[in-house]
Design a protein around this ligand. Structure first.
Ligand code: ADP
Ligand code: MG
Length: 583
């Protein structure tokens, strides 16, 4: 049997991998035996790249050597400087994907080469292409870019084939918010509309909490981040855990770190009550409303016709979020599947659909295009010609794949060429929309204004747009998959980037559990009273020395000592569940 297609949820905060096996989607554990791999990349002092939990721990003590949240940069021209290397966002994402791919290969005992990768439904063309590129850079053949809420719906649909309902999926992850309305009918899943915000997620709630605390110290988050990065890195991590505590408790205590990011014994603490957090979070909650309304409006649907509201994404664990949503829809929200895992499982179901797996042969799924796509046109306004108007060719929430053609006319006498500027968005003026690229059409026969130019947009199942144009008289065809953006590299450039990434030194995955324990312990040093510090630091030093010696017996001994001290200090040490296939 050939290797299965991987289903990958490439999240802002966490990434996961699943495969469809023996009739059901199953998650693939990483080298630590865990399903969630933090989307964090770090570079150790010796130049080795680490991805996942070890990098997330390292981020607290060495924020300068780590990067996270880069999903938010996908599709932009930003680059990130990290320990002497410059990375593009797709390159950083590719490191996460590579780590998942290698973990999957070790777990499955088979080299996996193909993948379905999920993206927020509201990701635009550039962001989707950047994701596809990330897959390619990780050596994966990307068989489908799938919308995350659609993936979540596939999981719900897979387990409830007889359902006949209108479902609304709300996905609030670390960095993005998506709303998708769909109908399920005898195994057919039809996406009706989708809306969202690419810059709203659980991390913003953490930042609110951090802001609340910094304000009490007379500081502001943005400026503190630049001036006291160690303080902010530690405070964020404290706030992250306080935010999660507030999901179960009425209050949480946050210890305030010093400028070096250390938490002194008997140092300053701030008590945060859940209602103070709710108040600080309110402006963020309010931002959920416009996309929720838009999805309903676009579907011509009212609140009453939604049967189930499904919550997806780790941030929907916040009671403030749940209450807000339940009040908005007037019904209890449904969480039948683990909100962290449901998207990834759906990606594996999509993989099964692609592979024509018999277990899903009664399932059909249709998706929509999230944005209106069109071109820049000029209009006659009295005697004047005004350009800059957006003329749609494919309207948002059209079922995909779709191909539509519109006819346009030249506006000047003897106009020999037209530049078709392609935009995505909902504004009637192009300047307020996102430019995706352009295509120049020449060879228009001379003549009066009104020569016809035909423009065809084809939007595929991955949400990627192809533009074609031709002029009636000339027979010449022009075609482009919009490639103006940084995310679109030529095959040659992809090869070069892949080679560059291959040359990085990677920390061996089979030793990741030790690396994680080392970084976790270093983080804890900054969190404990100073009179315990020396003992812990000595144990860390011995453990690090043992790791460097590569003497497995020494490592095991030093590890046991370190774990013993950590648990005596009240820290639960994550148990390395390891691979179920040995190395
Ligand atoms: P992504 O898909 O963007 O990677 P996830 O779905 O994994 O995101 O959700 C991550 C977000 O969920 C983070 O902001 C995290 O703080 C938040 N989160 C996870 N668990 C909880 C919890 N128990 N309470 C509140 N927020 C949580
Ligand atoms: Mg997610």
């Amino acid at each position: 049997m050939s290797a299965p297609i991987l289903g990958i949820d490439l999240g802002t905060t966490n990434s996961l991998c699943a495969v469809f096996a023996e009739g059901a989607p199953t998650l693939v554990p990483n080298s630590l035996g865990e399903f969630l791999t933090p989307s964090v990349v770090g570079v150790l002092d010796n130049g080795e790249v680490v991805v996942g939990a070890a990098a997330r721990e390292l981020r607290v003590t060495r924020p300068d050597r780590c990067v996270s949240r880069f999903k938010r940069l996908m599709g932009s021209d930003h680059t990130v400087d990290l320990a002497g290397h410059r990375f593009t966002p797709p390159e950083l994402s590719s490191l996460v994907l590579k780590s998942l791919r290698e973990d999957a290969a070790a777990h499955l005992g088979d080299e996996a080469t193909d993948a379905v990768i999920t993206v927020p439904a509201y990701f635009n063309d550039n962001q989707r292409k950047a994701t596809k590129l990330a897959g390619e850079l990780a050596g994966l053949k990307v068989r489908r870019i799938l919308n995350e809420p659609t993936a979540a719906a596939l999981t719900y649909g897979f387990h409830d084939r007889q359902a006949e309902k209108t479902l609304l999926v709300l996905d609030l992850g670390g960095g993005t918010f998506d709303v998708t309305l769909m109908e399920v009918f005898e195994g057919t899943l039809e996406i009706i509309s989708t809306a969202g915000e690419s810059f709203l997620g659980g991390e913003d709630f953490t930042d609110r909490l951090a802001g609340l605390i910094l304000k009490q110290l007379g500081l502001q988050l943005e400026t503190a981040e630049m001036r006291q990065p160690l303080l902010v890195a530690r405070l964020r991590q404290q706030c992250e855990s306080a935010k999660q505590q507030l999901s179960d408790a009425a209050e949480a205590v946050v210890a305030v770190p010093d400028a070096e990011g250390r938490i002194a014994a008997g140092g300053k603490t701030v008590r945060i009550a859940s209602d103070a957090f709710a108040k600080a979070a309110r402006p963020l909650l309010d931002r959920l409303v416009p996309p929720m309304q838009k999805a309903l409006r676009d579907a011509n649907c009212n609140l009453g016709s939604v049967d189930d509201v499904i919550l997806v994404g780790g941030a929907t664990r916040m009671p403030v979020l749940r209450e807000f949503v339940e009040e908005f829809y007037g019904k209890t929200a449904l969480v039948k599947h683990n909100p962290d895992e449901v998207v990834c499982l759906g990606a594996a179901i999509q993989a099964a659909l692609i592979a024509d797996d018999r277990a899903v042969d009664d399932m059909v799924m249709t998706d929509v295009c999230p944005f209106t796509l069109g071109v820049d046109t000029a209009k006659h306004m009295g005697s004047q010609i005004k350009s800059g108007y957006f003329t749609p060719i494919i309207h948002r929430n059209t079922t995909i794949p779709v191909s539509r053609e519109e006819t346009f006319s030249t506006i000047l006498p003897n106009q020999r060429e037209v530049t078709v500027e392609v935009y995505q968005g909902e504004n009637r003026k192009v300047e307020k929309n996102l430019k995706l690229g352009e295509l120049t059409v020449d060879g228009i026969p001379p003549g009066p204004p009104g020569q016809e130019v035909f423009i065809r947009f084809t939007y595929d199942l991955n949400g990627i747009l192809e533009v074609e144009a031709y002029v009636a008289g000339s027979g010449k065809k022009f075609r482009t998959v919009l490639t103006q953006h940084a995310a679109s590299l030529s095959p040659e450039e992809i090869r070069a980037a892949t080679e560059r990434l291959q040359q990085l030194k990677y920390y061996p995955r089979e030793d990741m559990a030790n690396q994680r324990l080392l970084r976790l312990s270093e983080r804890i040093v900054g969190e404990i009273a100073s009179f315990h510090r020396q003992q812990l630091e000595e144990a860390i030093d011995s453990f690090e020395a043992a790791m460097n010696s590569s003497d497995q017996e020494l490592v095991a001994g030093a590890r046991a000592t370190l774990e013993y001290i950590l648990s005596a200090l009240g820290y639960s040490v994550p148990q390395d569940k390891g691979d179920d296939h040995g190395e």
